[in-house]
Design a binder for this molecule. Structure first.
Ligand SMILES: Nc1ncnc2c1ncn2[C@@H]1O[C@H](COP(=O)(O)OP(=O)(O)OP(=O)(O)O)[C@@H](O)[C@H]1O
Ligand SMILES: [Mg+2]
Length: 428
């Protein structure tokens, strides 16, 4: 087995932990070999709130995905989000020997180093230095300067940092589950890798991953990221609003939102009434879909206002961002895109992850974009790592590298989870 063909990605979300094991095939396509989703409520707004709960979910998810793929997992790429994430674009001069000469690989490494040479302060850690473009003797907009002749070389990069304490909490939660974090991938970058098309990245697009506890934003133009931001609002707040408005428990509110919720109550057929039996009430509760929609519309409008504010940055003024691509479970709310189109007056679409072969049925869903994207981004941008090793109890393990039926195993895990959710919903 070529172990460095495998990568393990773990998305520790506010509502679930999703582990995906991928492998790069000889034809360079990336296929899913193992996947597992484990519900988890140990995170709050993208950050660790209850470390023991998070660690237990990570352990369970990694073990299930490992068994699905027939490997042992040693290390992972872990997704990171939360409002402690900050980013900026900066230009840096690349120190090189004097005189006109061709740009080499060494110059490009020196460029990345120069781009990341910033004073971070005590509680900040550098997470990504993503090159955007280069300037050769003052000529801007060069994307790949390798082999070009220049005296002076400058790099423009998108630099992302995070809080050391928040990062350590996530690191510890993963390492306590018995796996090493080989790299962190910031979630807006991950989700964008899984959903944006090459045209969207080139011509300009805004990616918004509306999760359970955060909405992660990434803006792309000229093929590279130009802006990232995290808003500490996601699907949790939508359900919480319903819970408060109708004085029902959170779980009933969550089911109400998913089954009957809409962000566009004015759309036809909303006078239908629903009778609920919340665990917190002795009497059944009757509410109209329109009432539910009114609460959800207000929260949707508020979220869109916050997204709009995050896009009102001086460096985005001339960027054509007339396309907004939504992903994440929270964006699946009925009527969400109708309101988005109306408020933003831009083209909008809801996207599921693309670029991975063999995603099992049920996981080709906006909720898994970040997990798929961590795997894709890591595979494309990070150095080869020994994330997996041969499974000790070698059940169904193939050393030849021939395709195993990973998705069959994955399907059973996903089916079990979906069935559990269906049962819970039926019991509303
Ligand atoms: N059909 C639906 N309609 C409305 N909301 C939905 C629907 N399906 C899922 N959701 C919401 O999506 C949210 C979970 O989305 P997702 O799985 O992307 O979040 P997460 O990755 O766990 O969280 P985060 O990325 O914020 O850390 C929940 O709040 C859930 O209520
Ligand atoms: Mg998420």
């Amino acid at each position: 087995m070529l172990q460095d063909d495998f990568r393990v990605a773990i998305d520790i979300g506010t509502t679930k932990v999703c582990t995906i094991i991928v492998r790069k095939r000889a034809d360079r396509r990336i296929e899913v070999r193992g996947i597992s989703i484990v519900p988890c409520n140990g995170m709050s707004k993208g950050m660790v709130a209850d470390a023991a709960v998070v660690t237990a979910a990570i352990k369970k998810s990694v073990e299930a995905a490992a068994s699905d793929a027939g490997v042992e997992v040693n290390a992972v790429y872990a997704g990171l989000t939360g409002s402690h994430i900050e980013s900026k674009n900066r230009w840096a001069n690349v120190p090189r020997s004097e005189g006109m000469r061709a740009v080499t690989d060494l110059d490009l490494s020196a460029a990345k180093k120069a781009a990341g040479a910033i004073d971070l302060g005590d509680d900040r850690r550098l997470l990504h230095v993503i090159p955007r473009s280069y300037a050769l003797d003052g000529l801007h907009g060069v994307r790949n300067p390798l082999g070009m002749h220049t005296g002076e070389l400058h790099i423009e990069s998108h630099v992302i940092t995070g809080s050391i304490s928040k990062i350590s909490e996530l690191h510890n939660a993963v390492s306590d589950a018995g796996v090493r974090v080989s790299s962190l991938v910031v979630e807006p970058i991950a989700s964008a890798s899984a959903v944006l098309t090459a045209d969207e990245r080139e011509e300009g697009a805004v990616l918004v991953d509306v999760g359970g506890g955060t909405s992660d934003i990434a803006v792309y133009h000229n093929g590279a990221v130009i802006h990232t931001a995290v808003i500490p609002v996601g699907g949790f707040q939508f359900s919480n609003d319903l819970s408060i408005a109708f004085a029902i428990d959170f779980d009933s509110a969550e089911k109400l939102k998913i089954e009957y919720g809409t962000a566009a109550p004015e759309l036809a057929g909303m006078n239908e009434e629903i009778t609920l039996h919340p665990t917190t009430m002795k009497q059944p509760l009757t509410i109209s879909k329109r009432e539910i929609g009114q609460v959800l519309k207000e929260r949707t409008t508020e979220l869109f206002r916050m997204i709009q504010l995050k896009l009102e940055e001086p460096h985005l003024i001339d960027i054509p961002t007339d396309r907004i691509v939504f992903t994440g479970g929270g964006a699946k709310l009925n009527g969400f895109l109708n309101i988005a189109k109306y408020i933003f007056q831009r083209n909008v679409r809801l996207a599921s992850p693309r670029g991975l072969d063999g995603m099992p049925e049920g996981t080709n869903d906006p909720a898994y974009s970040a997990a798929a994207g961590i795997a894709l981004w890591g595979m494309r941008n990070l150095p080869a790592e020994n994330h997996v090793s041969e499974r000790k109890a070698a059940s169904g393990f193939e050393t030849s590298g021939a395709t195993t039926n990973a998705s069959t195993g994955a399907l059973s895990v996903i089916r079990g989870w979906l069935q559990k959710r269906e049962k819970e919903t039926a019991g509303t």
